[in-house]
Design a protein around this ligand. Structure first.
Ligand code: SF4
Ligand code: SF4
Length: 221
């Protein structure tokens, strides 16, 4: 694929993740229907076991961002489709012993973090956008073409998901998030883990500034 040369910040190029797992805690990972379908296929879980829908009050300062789904006629009744949290720890439910248990099927937002890609007239600009304590090393060697491929796939899937949200709202936006998952055609069977727990927001864990990217949000506390 021909694309303009990327402008890559030196720190972004040298970043190396040490796998501490901090960035899988204290955040909401906003996922698309494509992300959820891949996770359901990989784990055998139903969509309701994979995601939850935190409200505006639980997500730091993001009412203007894309991805909010209406549940009923009141403009305040919106939710963001995010990875489900472990109720006890507030971390992503797929974080096990500080490791991602679904690494091969993890959402695109997780694959892109902590790099941010901005489109500019001069070409894509890559920089770091770190917003958790991140004990990384600076001896890495970023695979820029792979990152840009991932970014473009994420953009395509987010655009398709946004279009589904518009269709949902045009059809009247029912109040039940399970209806929305059915509307998206996501798997509804339950795994051996049994029925999904009631959607509940985890304990607040931080109030750091909202990141620029609209796919990873801090928990509001
Ligand atoms: S899916 Fe994996 S990488 Fe993404 S937040 Fe959860 S544990 Fe972390
Ligand atoms: S916080 Fe930083 S070092 Fe730790 S897993 Fe996330 S990206 Fe890697």
């Amino acid at each position: 694929m021909n694309r303009p040369l990327a402008i890559v910040d030196a720190a972004a190029r040298r970043f190396r993740c040490t796998g501490c797992g901090n960035c899988c805690k204290e955040v909401w990972i906003n996922v698309t229907d494509a992300d959820v379908r891949r996770l359901c296929d990989a784990t055998g879980l139903s969509a309701a076991e994979v995601v939850q829908f935190p409200s505006v009050d639980a997500v730091e300062g993001t009412a203007e961002d894309d991805g909010w789904v209406a549940f009923g006629p009141d403009p305040k009744d919106v939710g963001l489709m995010t990875l489900r949290s472990n109720r006890a720890t507030g971390a992503c439910r797929f974080l096990v012993d500080d490791r991602c248990s679904v690494y091969e099927a993890r959402p695109r937002a997780c694959r892109l973090y902590p790099w941010d890609v901005e489109r500019t007239p001069a070409g894509p600009k890559v920089r770091l956008d770190i917003f958790t304590e991140c004990p990384h090393e600076e001896d890495g060697s970023l695979d820029v073409p792979s990152l840009l491929d991932e970014y473009e796939l994420d953009e395509e899937e987010r655009q398709a998901y946004e279009e589904r949200i518009w269709e949902w709202e045009a059809e009247g936006a029912a109040e039940d998030p399970l209806e929305f998952l059915r509307f998206l055609g996501l798997p509804s069977r339950h795994s051996s883990l049994g029925p999904p727990p009631a959607a509940e927001e985890p304990a607040s864990q931080g109030t750091a500034a909202k990141p620029q990217r609209s796919s990873v949000f801090r928990i509001f506390g």
